[in-house]
Design a protein around this ligand. Structure first.
Ligand SMILES: Cc1cc2nc3c(=O)[nH]c(=O)nc-3n(C[C@H](O)[C@H](O)[C@H](O)COP(=O)(O)OP(=O)(O)OC[C@H]3O[C@@H](n4cnc5c(N)ncnc54)[C@H](O)[C@@H]3O)c2cc1C
Length: 498
């Protein structure tokens, strides 16, 4: 006897998207979520009158969300109020320069022309190729399963443009960017995106470089905070009869004769289901929730071979005034070489990068209702190792906050200290504890070229029958749109199989 048709572990975007489609198709579906809220990395919480985002701060490739709501027979705008963001980034460089890239491509060309006429012309070529790469090649596979070489071949035959851009799967981010642009300033201004999948420009796959174009097709912030996206999906899920059980931790996936038959919760209860859908880190799923004893040897070796992605410590600030910034997102940076250096010299030596770069997100720029009148929220995000060569995260929180605020002031002239009413540091250890992400990993598994597309853990498990995977650990990797895409793709496989 089954209690449910489907049990989903985790109410992140991948899990909720899959769950909503399953419920719409008549499957009795339960989502078990360890925390008290939906969204995982794409969520928000309130403190002292401020609404802070936990992780994601912007939506790119919003058409994936529309595709999900269409599949659910609903209209996105009835559930989520997206505010268009313009400019895309404000930039602050260590030599005191400030500029911004607007959404408008021609206006961006004018900004680039101030640094290099050659690069302004290259921008047109980059935009044209970026549009093709995103809309007709990589974008087309974001909501489709890609589990085998045959899958990728089939998708390539359906989208011949994919073939044209396959070289960018092999080239790295840095060489892709440098093949278009020659000015150091322009190269550096488009280098942040490599860290959007958790890798420096020298190690990140080349196709990610086109994100710097895709943002010019529109980026959005949901009114009310990032949690409004998962909340909107959860509302549809519940309208179709789906159930979400909060503060419910799954400790084991029950496996019998190589088949998933349900889950065991931390309070000892067992829930039986026809299928199990995992929205958690794939390494945790296989090695802890299923256990080596239930896996063939090759599966243990395969899953052990993946690295988990980088952690990203965050500083959340409540301010009594508007910060001296120009945009929802500000990228504070030095050079492209420095973006690589912080990885190879600092990160790999377990040191907190003391200089380098920072992404500042200013959500109250788009939605003032997230803070008391006249006040503002600011999130400062960079990356740093989980283990430190000196000290540990719990004991250096205050020091980390001071160091980053000092560095913002000294390097980029951004004075914040006198206006802080609330300050909260979320370290990699906090992130691990809160969301059960191993080693504070923010994007599931590291997304280097050998862990991309069909090299990533499959959405339909080969090692355990009736087990499906969604979220950042599977194809297309981390990000709001990709993980929603994974939910669409995985639910398609489930409906096909059932
Ligand atoms: C700091 C940061 C900034 C980011 N910025 C952006 C951005 O601006 N734009 C963008 O597109 N993307 C961004 N991302 C990435 C994006 O937010 C994530 O890739 C995406 O939200 C992950 O979705 P997911 O489906 O993998 O689920 P997750 O968000 O990983 O959710 C998994 C859920 O499972 C739950 N869970 C874990 N273990 C258990 C268990 N045993 N039992 C029950 N529940 C469990 C967790 O509590 C969590 O709710 C950012 C991420 C971070 C961390």
């Amino acid at each position: 006897m089954h209690d449910y048709d489907a049990v989903v572990i985790g109410a992140g975007l991948g899990g909720l998207s899959a769950a909503a489609i399953l419920a719409k198709n008549g499957l009795k579906t339960l989502v078990c979520e360890n925390t008290e809220r939906v969204g995982g990395c794409c969520s928000s919480f309130e403190e002292g009158g401020y609404t802070f985002d936990i992780g994601a701060s912007i939506v790119e490739l919003a058409w994936v969300i529309d595709e999900l709501f269409e599949k659910l027979g609903k209209k996105t705008s009835d559930y989520i109020d997206f505010i268009p963001i313009d400019p895309i980034y404000g930039f602050m460089t260590a030599d005191g320069k400030r500029f911004s890239y607007p959404v408008d491509k021609d206006a961006t060309r004018d900004v680039i022309a101030k640094f290099s006429r050659e690069d302004a012309e290259a921008w047109d070529k980059f935009s044209k190729q970026g549009s093709e790469a995103i809309n007709f090649a990589f974008g087309k596979v974001m909501t489709k399963p890609m589990m085998t070489f045959t899958d990728s071949l089939k998708l390539s035959l359906e989208n011949p443009k994919l073939m044209k851009y396959l070289k960018y799967m092999v080239l790295n981010f840095e060489s892709t960017l440098c093949s278009f642009f020659s000015s150091d300033k322009v190269r550096a201004s488009m280098s942040l995106q490599s860290y959007f999948i958790g890798l420096p420009p020298a190690l990140c796959p080349g196709y990610i470089a086109f994100l710097a174009y895709s943002e010019h097709e529109g980026i959005f912030y949901p009114r009310g905070g990032m949690i409004e996206i998962p909340k909107g999906i959860a509302r549809v899920f519940e309208e179709y009869g789906g159930e979400i059980s909060f503060k419910t931790r799954v400790d084991k996936v029950l496996v019998e004769n190589g088949k998933a038959i349900g889950v065991k919760l931390s309070d000892g209860r067992e829930i039986r289901s026809r299928i199990v859908v995992s929205n958690i880190n794939a390494k945790t799923l296989y090695l802890e929730k299923i256990g080596r004893e239930n896996l063939p040897g090759w599966a243990v070796k395969a899953i052990e071979s993946y690295e988990v992605s980088i952690p990203a410590p965050m500083i959340m600030l409540g301010l009594d005034t508007a910060p001296e910034l120009d945009a929802h997102h500000t990228f504070c940076y030095t050079t492209l070489d420095e973006m690589n250096r912080v990885w190879f010299e600092d990160y790999l030596s377990k040191k907190i990068p003391s200089r380098g770069f920072m992404l500042i997100s200013w959500p109250t720029h788009a939605d003032p209702s997230l803070a008391p009148e006249g006040h503002h929220c600011l999130n400062l995000v960079t990356f740093a190792p989980y283990e430190l060569s000196e000290g540990d995260w719990d004991s250096i929180k205050e020091q980390y906050l001071e160091m980053q605020l000092d560095s913002m002031e000294k390097m980029f002239g951004l004075k914040l200290k006198d206006h802080i009413t609330t300050a909260k540091v979320s370290t990699p250890k906090d992130f691990e504890k809160a969301l059960l992400h191993p080693r504070g990993a923010v994007y599931g598994l590291q997304n280097d070229i050998v862990a991309t597309a069909f090299f990533r853990p499959r959405m339909r498990s080969r090692a355990v029958k009736n087990l499906y995977l969604t979220g950042a650990s599977t194809h297309f990797g981390g990000g709001v749109a990709p993980t929603i895409g994974s939910g669409i793709a995985a639910s398609g496989l489930i409906l096909e199989d059932l």
